[in-house]
Design a protein around this ligand. Structure first.
Ligand code: PLP
Length: 363
């Protein structure tokens, strides 16, 4: 038997989740966000799985866009952070991609460049997140310069929410009001149909933010952006499973310790199962003792520090645990979000940082 640790990616689940996003986006569209290697799920496989359904993908870099083009992806591709230097615009045009413009350097670079063809630009407004984007007051000046540029074939409006996952925080409403104010100015009617605001959380919880173009990311992978239960988000199907097997079993006495630094001590005689998965496989080292783990689909608890290649589970309350038994670190029956909470992080981080050692199998 080779090392039994694997990451299973359910492409049918991703397709299903995309369909839910598309439905929420109606009458607009859902841009499939596949940055960061499709949140660790494999950008090429995910894009191929979605290319019959989606008209557009979004990525964070030209390298990601190139990879999609090399694999024959013909859909529109949007660069969410825009270009990082002037030389990239010609490549964006040659690859037939679209780009965000979020500052005056990017505006100047595109307007003074000489591109093989005009490109679609998305003018990004900072409506309160204060991460990327021009100030709302600068909008018309930037808009007119882009409209007047021969390098630009169309100008659209994009903004991003900082708190859409907080269901009772009306900051999303305030951000929306800033966009609405721009759109109500004379001459802006045409922009109504060229707007993109919502990420997954906004699509699920703030339907008033849905526009012609929407940008679901995390929901495509079947992960809820919310901490609490949510009727729509709870319909998503988690696409990634991290699993392994039990490779050792031992009984220890009350008072004996488990793992590095003797971090966990048995308060009763205990049966400890050792599992071939650790932080070298993407399991978070910060997961605390008590984090749920499924052994043969039954819940048990992580004990002691997570090692690079292994972790230990207290299986005292499960009958008949044997060497070779199936272990689910996250997957069906155990949301990656639950594990993330035990590790003081968010599920986005856990799936996105899966290491290359974690061998992926697509179903
Ligand atoms: C990553 C990203 C998204 C997708 O966000 P999710 O929370 O994963 O849905 C949308 N828009 C922008 C600008 C992003 O950077």
């Amino acid at each position: 038997m080779s090392r039994p640790t694997e990451v299973i990616i359910d492409l049918a689940a991703i397709r299903q989740n995309y369909r839910l996003a598309s439905k929420l986006a109606q009458p607009g569209k859902a841009i499939a966000v596949v940055k960061a290697n499709a949140y660790g799920h494999g950008i090429v496989e995910v894009a191929k799985a979605l290319c019959d359904d989606t008209e557009m993908f979004a990525v964070a870099s030209l390298d990601e866009a190139k990879m999609l083009r090399q694999q024959g992806i013909k859909q529109d591709i949007l660069l969410l952070e825009g270009c990082f230097d002037r030389a990239e615009y010609a490549e964006v045009a040659a690859l037939n991609c679209q780009t965000v413009i979020h500052n005056s350097e990017q505006l100047n670079a595109i307007c003074t460049g000489s591109l093989p063809r005009a490109i679609v630009t998305w003018l990004k407004i900072d409506t309160g997140m204060h991460r990327l984007g021009i100030q709302p007051e600068q909008f018309w000046d930037f808009y007119q310069q882009l409209q007047g540029s021969a390098q630009v074939s169309d100008v659209r409006l994009i903004s991003h929410f900082s708190c859409a996952d907080e269901l009772d925080n009306d900051f999303t409403q305030q951000q929306l009001a800033i966009v609405e104010e721009i759109l109500q100015q004379p001459g802006a009617a045409v922009l109504q149909a060229k707007c993109s605001l919502a990420n997954s959380a906004a699509m699920l919880a703030w339907p008033q933010s849905i526009r012609q173009w929407n940008r679901p990311g995390i929901m495509l992978y079947g992960i809820s952006p919310f901490i609490q239960a949510h009727p729509l988000a709870d319909k998503l199907q988690q696409a990634m499973t991290l699993r392994s097997k039990v490779i050792a079993l031992r009984s220890i006495n009350k008072g004996e310790m488990v793992g590095y630094a003797n971090h966990w001590q048995a308060t009763r005689p205990s049966m400890i199962a050792t599992v071939a998965a650790g932080y070298g496989d993407g399991y978070p080292r910060h997961a605390k003792s008590g984090t749920p783990v499924l052994i043969n689909n039954r819940r048990a608890r992580l004990v002691g520090r997570v090692s690079m290649d292994m972790l230990c589970v207290d299986v005292s309350e499960l009958d008949n645990v044997k060497l070779g038994d199936e272990v689910t670190l996250w997957g069906s029956g155990l949301a990656v979000a639950e594990v993330a909470t035990w590790a003081d992080t968010i599920p986005y981080e856990l799936v996105t940082r899966m290491p290359t050692r974690a061998i992926k199998r697509y179903i």
